[in-house]
Write a new protein. Sequence first.
Length: 329
Amino acid sequence: MEYRRMGKAGLQLSVLSFGSWVSFHKQIDDGVADELMGIAYDKGINFFDNAEVYALGESEKMMGRVLKKKNWDRTSYVISSKVFWGWRGKQNKPNQTGLSRKHIVEACHEALQRLQSEYLDLYFCHRPDKNAPIEEVVWTMNTLIQQGKILYWGTSEWSGVEIMEAHRVAHQYNLIGPSMEQPQYNLFERNKLENEFLMIFRTVGMGTTIWSPLASGLLSGKYLQGIPDGSRFALAGFDWLKDQWLKNDFLDKVKRLDKLAKNLEITMPQLSIAWCIKNPNVTTAILGATRKEQLLENLGALEAQETLTEDIMQQIEEIVLTKPKLPDY
Ligand code: NDP
């Protein structure tokens, strides 16, 4: 396993990490979660990602049970939670979502209970809250750090401007600003990491824990032959995600990438994940998996990085940047 510093922070994260969105509680039970986290940990993964909203709190409870059973040295791994949407779904009352001081603090306490931990290593603002003053967010996160309830705080899917505004406030009041951002990053979703955030990497030195390296499974190539039973795009309630990704333009590109991967004697998920972690501004790519075989295959991305030479990276670029043909008018 390779470990990277999280931006300018002292913390080191394994370049591949493991997350629980969709899978924990909805698709897999405690037994499979235990098996997958065990494989991850044994292979050197030291970061497990979670959020209050995942399976409306059940995902954190499941991870908490697995961690308790594993009884690993607490200093050997990093866990996260994220605050914003609340865990009560449609029952959420006004102060049970968002980034007010009240919700950030209460969500932190609740996540600690569910995860059965005394502190969160990483605590993310899952989205920006247009209604909460940024001063309130930064002061609250700083207080939680002083109280030892969280060690680092960060953002997820914030704009570059919003992140820099948090740093401005932190600087003004001598507070601790955000150390990491969690953006989506994969072969089909690149703008923030490759354009918008470049200045922030250079000046502030921000770490990134990127999500959906396989675009929810699309970049594994599994959807080239239709939608397999039990896969994410077959799940009830995930039509919005399926509609976002199952488009002819994306599928054509996946087909060409799949051919390239076969020529390189690596698999399509390995090519896609290796491509993400070739970017030095990625601290860690958070993997998702519902089966042991998927996780083991994806861990092969570490070695597959060597296969992606400059020439191959250029070939990938030509495939993913090809524009769909315009119809003749
Ligand atoms: P991916 O894009 O890698 O998708 C993972 C899913 O793809 C798996 O659950 C599995 O789904 C399928 N898959 C994985 N490997 C293979 C394989 N080798 N062959 C075939 N299918 C495979 O990552 P996620 O979208 O799960 O995101 C990873 C993590 O990032 C999340 O768990 C969460 O922690 C975080 N995240 C954060 C967000 C944020 O807003 N901050 C948003 C989304 C995720 P299946 O078997 O069901 O088809």
